[in-house]
Design a protein around this ligand. Structure first.
Ligand code: ATP
Length: 573
């Protein structure tokens, strides 16, 4: 219980810190709302005076004009404050959402291995929208309504303490009922939000593998699985709705009960001469006037629970560890003689199993080195370490005499390398957008040169709008080989000193294979090329072959030196 309270307090503190930058706007809006509420509170008193003036045959025109002015002023102030609050709420959520987006783009690589993308997206979009609704209306209404209720109660106590006590007793008993159900509402709300995240994650999983789903005729199975998730969202929301449904009747009961009690007790006090009819009418008007803010307060409570739970889910994203831009190892830098890339005694494990077990080799500058080896040998892991997506547990990587980890920040190092993944993702947009991604300001001559180096000139000439042709979602309008070459062009455009290329395992026809081999030769003249080779033609074209097995280098040399150790069953002849 204490822990829950502490979490709640922590969330409220976070909420307060997110209001930084909007506090003045919030204060102005609240000020307007309160002034409007005060104008509303003054109206029953004015009605009381008007009734008394009319009863005593005095002129009521001035009082009626004042009443109309108060009414108009209240409406204007309420409209203005609602707009300002909405705007401030949007501003707060925009900052939170942007912080989440920035965070999601910079998480440590190991975090992406654990988290579900759909859930992260759901937290950034759905949960922040829930929070916005709460901030824009409910939180502000809660403050205004509390003050209005407090003001109204004070005036009622001033008008007639006995009647006020009666009203408070009836209201508080309903308040106790509401407080009891709030905890349940919060539990169901959090569960519904988690279930929404899981639904989004599963939907993302299915849509991103839609061809596999179709070809396995798994639509109905996936639909049933998603229906389960969807049903969980429904069940939790319905349970929360069931509990919330108790809230309104409880409040209505309080209001109706108060009105009846006030009328009964009030009339007896009027007949006893303890209060005037005007005072009783004013008192009844207060009870009536306070009904809306009071039931509003109780209605807001479940919504606030939803908003705070949403903020907690958003905050969890912000607490995930990020890759630091300036991350450097503190160990003394390792120097290395000679030009090129030197990997020395690299050891690495993702979890509890050694994946790289003392990997060492040298890649001479401006040469092509093929890394071959059986599946699971650790080839892609090696690239992950070279891209600094993970840090080695021990060992060093030195490029041109400078330690990659101690002499470079992550950004500095990545500026020196290019990476072409096996399934290089192309993005929605034109060919030019995709190739220019690494260096949007590259000049046209270099861009054309790179297109030529990657063997794309014929494709560009054939396409109706050349480089400005749309490539479709994930480059779907290009062939696998073309997509791979676009990815190579993209990497080359940034003039990397080292290019890491994970060769596609899918079948390339003879023409494409020759093209790739030619491309590799051209690239290695420009930069140091390290290629994970699955194809015999690539291994043959390399200046050096490194054979990796179970995280260790088992052979290094030319094709003829290592051919007996190559995993023939894997290498496409
Ligand atoms: P392939 O040729 O099949 O692509 P590979 O030589 O590139 O294989 P890696 O992808 O480096 O092999 O994987 C080496 C080992 O590390 C495998 O046993 C794999 O299961 C494991 N592994 C890879 N990535 C992760 C990860 N993110 N978390 C945990 N284990 C991983």
């Amino acid at each position: 219980m204490d822990e829950e309270l502490e979490t709640r307090r922590g969330t409220l503190r976070q909420l307060w810190s997110w209001t930084r930058g909007s506090r003045r706007a919030l204060l102005t809006a609240l000020g307007c709302a309160l002034t409007g509420a005060a104008l509303g509170l003054a109206q029953p008193l004015l009605v009381n005076s008007t009734i008394e003036a009319a009863t005593n045959s005095r002129s009521v025109a001035g009082l009626l004009v004042l009443l109309a002015a108060l009414f108009a002023g209240q409406a204007l102030l309420q409209a203005w404050s609602t707009y300002r609050l909405d705007r401030a709420g949007e501003g707060i959520v925009r900052r939170l959402r942007q912080a989440m987006i920035d965070q999601l783009l910079r998480l440590r690589m190991a975090v992406y291995d654990r988290q579900r993308v759909g859930d992260l997206i759901s937290r950034t979009t759905t949960d922040t929208t829930l929070l916005r609704d709460v901030l824009a209306t409910d939180a502000a209404n809660a403050v205004v309504n509390s003050i209005v209720v407090a003001g109204g109660v004070a005036v009622m106590v001033w008008l007639d303490p006995l009647l006020a006590t009666v009203v408070l007793a009836v209201t508080l008993s309903s308040g106790l009922v509401v407080a009891a159900v709030l905890k349940g509402i919060r539990r169901e709300t959090v569960a519904a939000q988690d279930a929404t995240g899981s639904l989004a994650a599963d939907l993302e999983r299915v849509l991103s593998a839609i061809r596999t789903v179709r070809v396995n005729r798994a639509e109905s199975r996936e639909s049933a699985a998603l229906a389960g998730r969807n049903g969980a969202v429904y069940t939790h929301n319905v349970r929360a709705a069931r509990l919330s449904a108790v809230v309104s009747p409880a409040i209505d009961l309080a209001v109706q009960g108060s009105l009846i009690v006030v009328i009964v007790v009030g009339l007896s006090r009027v007949s006893a001469g303890a209060m005037t009819v005007g005072e009783l009418v004013a008192f009844l008007l207060y009870v009536n006037y306070l009904a809306a803010p009071m039931s509003g307060l109780f209605d807001i409570a479940p919504a606030l629970q939803t908003g705070l739970a949403a903020l907690e889910r958003a905050q969890e994203v912000l607490d995930l560890p990020v890759e630091s831009e300036r991350e450097r190892r503190t160990a003394a830098p390792t120097s290395g003689p000679g030009a090129g890339l030197v990997l020395r005694d690299l050891r690495f494990r993702y979890t509890d199993r050694d994946i790289l077990r003392g990997t060492s080799f040298h890649v001479p500058r401006n040469s092509c080195t093929a890394v071959a080896g059986p599946s699971g040998a650790g080839k892609s892991t090696l690239f992950s370490l070279l891209g600094r997506f993970y840090e080695p547990d021990s060992g060093s990587i030195v490029f041109d005499g400078r330690d990659v980890h101690t002499d470079h920040s992550i950004a500095q190092w990545r500026a020196r390398i290019g990476l072409v993944e096996q399934h290089s993702p192309l993005m929605y947009g034109t060919l030019r957008d995709n190739i220019g991604y690494a260096a949007p300001d590259a000049d046209e001559t270099w861009l054309r040169q790179v297109v030529d180096m990657a063997g794309l000139t014929a494709l560009v000439d054939r396409l109706p709008s050349g480089l400005d042709t749309e490539v479709g979602e994930h480059g779907s309008s290009l062939s696998g080989g073309e997509q791979q070459r676009v990815a190579i062009a993209r990497a080359l455009l940034a003039r990397p000193e080292i290019l890491l290329l994970d060769e596609p395992t899918s079948h390339l026809d003879a023409a494409n294979e020759q093209l790739l081999t030619r491309t590799l030769r051209r690239i290695s003249a420009e930069c140091t090329l390290l290629v994970i080779a699955h194809r015999l033609s690539t291994i043959r074209a390399a200046d050096q072959v490194v054979v990796l097995d179970a995280g260790q280098v088992v052979a290094t040399g030319g094709y003829d030196d290592v051919r007996d150790l190559l995993p023939q069953h894997r290498v496409t002849a």
